[in-house]
Ligand binder design. Structure first.
Ligand code: HEM
Length: 223
């Protein structure tokens, strides 16, 4: 204890003497620390002032943003729309293969769309359906004559309508569904994305698909 006390005093005395002379090892140890804060204030400033430099290549900073915006591409394509006689057709092509469609008409009966007809409904790639008790029904038909249509399945074809949905509200029916642009079915007309087509919109007063339409309209669309 005594030795330590004596040593401490000696060291304190030596430190005081050195401090008076300009500092000792002890005060140097802290000195740099005390000096650092001073320099630290200045040192960071230059870098901060130097930052405006790197900021100039702002373009370089914007580049990463497009890169960050890269994951945006998976964003869905917007719906396109055409309307006539109170009926609305909305559509969009997905992955160049699937045509998503929504048909809305002022009826609680059937609604239909016929792509690329030749005369009347002849040759049209038709989808006709309705919503009953909240359940949407849609069938894949084709224009078998100018004023006649038939289910593909009743003429050796296949029903290629998928994702059927729909709703009835305020006296209007909206039917949504998807069909392949090219189903491979001889009863469907192959459709090409980006091409223009004549499209029939029609609706009937009841959910009975054999009941003639109360309204028919033609719209031009580019898929
Ligand atoms: C549901 C059973 C259907 C019946 C009984 C029916 C009957 C008729 C009849 C009798 C005509 C000639 C007279 C008229 O213009 O009204 C006609 C015309 C026509 N129908 Fe239908 N049709 C039906 C469904 C459809 C569907 C589903 C479409 C297309 C999605 C369609 C498209 C047409 C077109 C484009 C015309 C020609 C209209 C014109 O030239 O002004 N029909 N249909």
């Amino acid at each position: 204890m005594t030795k330590q006390t004596v040593h401490a005093i000696t060291c304190a005395a030596l430190a005081a003497a050195l401090a008076a002379a300009g500092g000792c090892a002890g005060s140097r140890t802290e000195g740099p620390g005390a000096a650092d804060p001073g320099k630290a204030v200045e040192t960071p400033v230059p870098p901060a002032a130097a930052e405006p430099g790197p900021v100039e290549p702002a373009g370089a900073q914007e580049e990463p943003q497009p890169a960050a915006a890269a994951p945006a591409p998976p964003a869905e394509a917007p719906w396109k729309e055409a309307a006539a006689k109170g009926m609305t057709l909305s559509w969009k092509v997905e992955e160049g293969k699937l045509l998503r469609v929504k048909v809305k008409a002022p009826t609680t009966g059937w609604v239909a769309v016929g792509f690329d007809p030749e005369k009347g409904m002849k040759g049209a790639n038709i989808v006709i359906g309705y919503v009953k008790d909240g359940v949407a029904v849609a069938e894949d038909h084709f224009g078998s004559g100018a004023v006649a249509h038939k289910a593909d399945t009743k003429a050796g074809g296949t029903d290629d309508v998928t994702g059927v949905g729909g709703s009835e509200a305020d006296g209007a029916t909206e039917l949504s569904f998807s069909i392949p642009l090219d189903s491979g079915d001889a009863r469907d007309k192959p459709l090409v994305e980006g091409s223009q087509y004549k499209v029939i919109l029609a609706h009937g007063a009841k959910d009975k698909l054999s009941l003639r339409h109360s309204s028919v309209a033609i719209v031009q669309v580019t898929l």
